[in-house]
Design a protein around this ligand. Structure first.
Ligand code: MN3
Length: 206
């Protein structure tokens, strides 16, 4: 029995249709997220007890305690475990629209306007090479929100950034409906963004 188990989905697999189809959501959760979880547990099993006792968020925020030969596996699978947990919850049925509250102010301050933020996030995330994620993050050192593309499953936490809103652009996130058309998937994804959750994360981070 590993330390981590696959988190439950906060809504049904078909709840984000027509923007993200049920079969893609089901495979993404039960196969891909499960695999990151299983491999994170396996990597932790061969780490020293003091690393096993740390929470995965602590580990991702400071990888220095992880043995050199386990860093790659923990970075990839620990990031994959945490990123997807964030991803399911930063989406919801009947989401989208524009944020209110502190997130709206922070976005306006960093990007000029919501429209400018959305255009930067969409266009930059669309051209991430290979597989990766586009993120809106909070930077504790500048106290501002920023856009940050990350490769593969590497968590923004590994760079001292707090993830607020993530868009998974691995092909497994959109392939059945959108095939190679990543920009179409990103355009649809805005319709399921859960801005209340993003506001909660900013409140906890700031
Ligand atoms: Mn994924």
């Amino acid at each position: 029995m590993g330390k981590y188990t696959l988190p439950e989905m906060p809504y049904a697999y078909d709840a984000l249709e027509p923007h993200i189809d049920a079969r893609t959501m089901e495979i993404h959760h039960t196969k891909h997220h499960q695999t990151y979880t299983t491999k994170l547990n396996a990597a932790l099993d061969s780490c020293p007890a003091e690393v096993q006792d740390m929470d995965i968020l602590e580990i991702l925020s400071d990888m220095s305690s992880v043995p050199e030969d386990k860093k790659s596996a923990i970075n990839f699978n620990g990031g994959g475990y945490d990123n997807h947990r964030l991803f399911w919850n930063n989406m919801k049925p009947d989401g989208g629209g524009e944020p209110g509250g502190a997130v709206a102010d922070a976005i306006n301050s960093s990007f000029g306007s919501f429209a400018d933020f959305k255009e930067k996030f969409s266009s930059t995330t669309a051209v991430i090479q290979g597989s990766g994620w586009g993120w809106l993050v909070y930077n504790p050192s500048t106290k501002n929100v920023e856009y940050k593309p990350m490769p593969n499953q590497t968590s923004p936490r590994t760079e001292g950034l707090v993830p607020l809103l993530g868009c998974d652009v691995w092909e497994h996130a959109y392939y059945l409906n959108y095939q190679n058309k990543r920009p179409d998937y990103i355009a649809a994804w805005w319709n399921v963004v859960n801005w209340d959750e993003v506001n909660n994360r900013l409140a906890n981070a700031a």
